[in-house]
Design a protein. Structure first.
Length: 438
């Protein structure tokens, strides 16, 4: 006798058709044009044949993110570009394979969630949280040779940090290791963002734990207590957590530095091409050359993109980048990240904002106040205040903040370590929330 229903013929409409992105082979419409263009930061690969084999392997693996998620993030960033939301981007600026642990990933994600809660309450607007995680295993090299006379360490995606000649030889197999590490990191983030990090009350309890037994004169204590009362009100009203925080999703970001890693993960879907190594891809100052390979590849995919602007960036060059990367002027496509120290922000940023605004480009403005690892906290605050002052004077929206986090070290002092610990990160969030109030 057949078990009831076990062998039933299900109609074909019972299960939704999965979204499948197709691998893009050699592209005749210019996707591979970057190969013949000037290219900064290209690793000196010793074996081009092995590199080609690895790239073909990467072209067959499942993507790390989906086109639907990428489109969703771009739509949410469009709201921020229009002045009705705020982008918070944070995490490890340079990830490593050894540091790719669940504890560290969750600590940084929890810190990001706590900062977002403070900003959303203080600024009275939605916050789009994007983790700097699951892909940033490479970093720009200042020179081919380091101070010890060895080939420079370019990040775990390229070579080994061990100070030895053999360890510093670029290894194409590390691209596969980077993909595996990124996939593991995304699994961890997805699991926690659908669990404890999706629970506003849990996020607030973690934050409240940092304020237990503190001195009554602690900065922002009153604001924290106000937030606590608001959370209690939400709980008392029986508002479901899904309704209070409907967009809890682990968006990932990293700089698209190594094109041999990025290109195989470009896939075709929805009539467009997506870089599915991450949701939000970045161009650092070192690779932002208008006629360069990085700009060419990124211009041909549908992901939202960040472009880092330094103190020497020219307004005219910024407008040209806007035209190249966002020719259809789609809100949410392009974020301009101002990495200009407090000593020059008043001088360098206004001409850029004025020129881009006058040209009619719909961009999202973001501040990165941590010009270097270990930037003193007072200088970070000075840079953020200068950034807000410029936008207030020009009547534009200071729509985002990017910070380096070291969330698994709660007591990180000002200027110590690569990023902000939980206490300093929350301090910064409260300060930015006050600035958002105007």
């Amino acid at each position: 006798m057949k078990p009831p229903g076990l062998l039933r013929r299900w109609p074909p409409t019972t299960w939704p058709t999965p979204e499948i992105s197709g691998t893009v082979e050699r592209d005749t419409n210019g996707l591979d044009g970057w190969r013949g263009l000037p290219r900064a930061q290209r690793p000196p690969w010793p074996d081009e044949a092995e590199l080609a084999v690895v790239m073909r392997q990467l072209g067959t693996v499942p993507p790390l993110v989906t086109p639907a998620e990428v489109d969703e993030l771009r739509d949410r960033l469009a709201v921020a570009a229009e002045g009705r939301a705020f982008l918070l981007q944070g995490g490890d600026p340079v990830e490593s394979f050894a540091g790719n642990t669940e504890a560290r990933l969750v600590a940084n994600a929890a810190t990001l969630a706590q900062m977002a809660l403070v900003l959303a309450y203080g600024g009275s607007m939605p916050v789009v949280s994007v983790a700097r995680a699951a892909g940033g295993y490479a970093h720009p090299a200042a020179a081919p040779i380091d101070h010890a006379g060895l080939p420079s360490w370019r990040g775990d995606l390229i070579n080994d940090r061990t100070p030895a000649e053999a360890a510093r030889v670029p290894d194409p197999q590390r691209l596969i290791l980077a993909y595996a590490n990124a996939a593991g990191a995304m699994n961890v983030l997805r699991a926690h963002f659908t669990g404890d990090l999706a629970d506003l009350q849990s996020v607030h309890r973690w934050q409240q734990g940092l304020l237990d037994d503190v001195d009554p004169a602690t900065p922002h204590l009153n604001a924290a207590q106000e937030l606590g009362r608001a959370m209690a009100f939400i709980r008392a009203c029986g508002v479901p957590d899904a309704a209070a925080r409907p967009h809890a999703r682990p968006y990932s970001s990293h700089d698209a530095l190594v094109l041999e890693y990025e290109r195989p993960l470009v896939r075709a879907a929805r009539g467009r091409r997506y870089g599915l190594s991450g949701h939000l891809l970045g161009l650092s100052e070192q690779v932002g050359r208008l006629d360069g390979a990085h700009v060419d590849l990124v211009a041909r995919i549908a992901n939202p993109v960040t472009v880092t602007l330094g103190p020497d960036t020219l307004p005219e060059a910024t407008v040209e980048l806007c035209e190249r990367l966002n020719p259809d002027n789609v809100a949410g496509r392009l974020t301009l990240t101002c990495r200009i120290g407090p000593g020059r922000v008043d001088e360098s940023l206004p001409p850029i904002v004025e020129k881009v605004t006058a040209a009619g480009h719909r961009v999202l403005w973001q501040c990165d106040p941590m010009a270097a690892p270990g930037t003193p906290f007072a200088r970070i605050l000075e840079g953020v205040r200068g950034y807000f002052a410029v936008h207030r004077a020009l009547c534009t929206h200071p729509g985002g903040l990017r910070v380096a986090l070291d969330g698994d070290r709660p007591g990180t002092p000002a200027g110590g370590g690569r990023g902000l610990g939980r206490d300093r990160a929350l301090d910064l969030a409260y300060q930015v929330a006050e600035l958002l109030k105007g």
